[in-house]
Design a protein around this ligand. Sequence first.
Ligand code: PFF
Length: 444
Amino acid sequence: MKQTEQWTGRLGFILAAAGSAIGLGAIWKFPYVAGTSGGGAFFLLFLLFTIVIGLPLLLAEFTIGRSTQKEAISAYKTIAPGSLWHWIGRLGVGTSFILLSFYSVVGGWILIYLYRAVSGQLMGQPYDALFGAVISDPASAVSAQFLFMLITAWVVARGVQNGIESANKYMMPALFILFLVLMVRSLTLDGAMEGVKFFLWPDFSKLNAEAILYAMGQSFFSLSVGVSVMVTYSSYLAKNENLVRSAGSIVGLNLLVSLFAGLAIFPAVFSLGVEPKAGPGLLFIVLPSVFEQIPFGGVFLLVFLALFLFATLTSAFSLLEIIVASLSKGNEEKRKRLSWVIGLLIFAAGIPSALSYGPLADVHIFGKSIFDAADYLVSNILLPLGALLIAVFVPMKMKREVLQSELQVSSTWGRSLFLLWLFLLRFAAPIAIVVVFVHMLGVF
Ligand code: PFF
């Protein structure tokens, strides 16, 4: 069945796709993973993976979605009927389910912080103790996660276009401006340069196989590729919009937010004597301390949390959307019901992650907490696997004419870039992904 949803234009699409990409990945996860995985060298690798593999993959997902105008599973069925390739879409749906189950836990933490900021129980606290208390209290962690999923299901039930598009227009630029303010304050703290050096100066002696895998996983996670979310979103896009320009803007914006987040956090980390390896709490501990050093910091923090919540929600919408769209296939009634049912199931599946810093703190899977294990499974195994399959699928199964017309290749220059893109998909991406996996397993 043909999709009934449509974006109102290129801007609507870019905002929604950038909204999916920019979220916890760039703002919360990137700084703490960079902190635990070696700083500058990690950043450089992340940059490399994003441009050489992430960007070509994003374009690959766009061509699949827009050429078929179908959601994640049907799109693959349309291109390669009667084959098993549509399992890429099913893998994406499954991955989104697990991803959203722990993503919503962090969404819940933001809600709790927001509530505290509004009720005046946030500023002036010992922030590391506060973070510990917030994540370990089972009742508030689970109810906040529930609320986060409720909002997500409500918006997705109303439909992508009405729900997602309109608000994005104002929230994203506002987030950029606030990050800029934060960055300036953080960079002017005493001893800030140590942090800049840690974050931007590549010290390759700190790199190991695991850090390389994390850099790759992070680049996929923060661009939302490998899950076919971008297949689904681009299926709502009109034929005459330029995919290459859209992909370029999304990658650019996403890298910029990661850079801003790093520059807002690491100078403060060093200036305030916080451990860069603090893990998932890094942002929640450091940012309030920076805001404290700004006049009207409490108000700024409140605004920041609201925007941060918004960025997280727009990513969550895309994750629920891909599942609901692939199960409802354009049926409006089904979409409504499924949004609620799946939203509830994801909430239930995420409860162990929400409790993994409290009552379930002693449960470990391969030496990791439940939350970390779910994240590891998604970011470092399922996303690279999905990415690998998409990289193989597009050059092998899609017709060159279709690809060229989707990417509007016309000039000689365009043709060279097109060939470079195919080369990156066909060779660079699969080889890099397989090599990083094998290296990780300790084979060499
Ligand atoms: N890109 C989102 C973030 O960085 O927060 C997370 C995400 C959303 C990953 C959607 C994958 C996805 F399909």
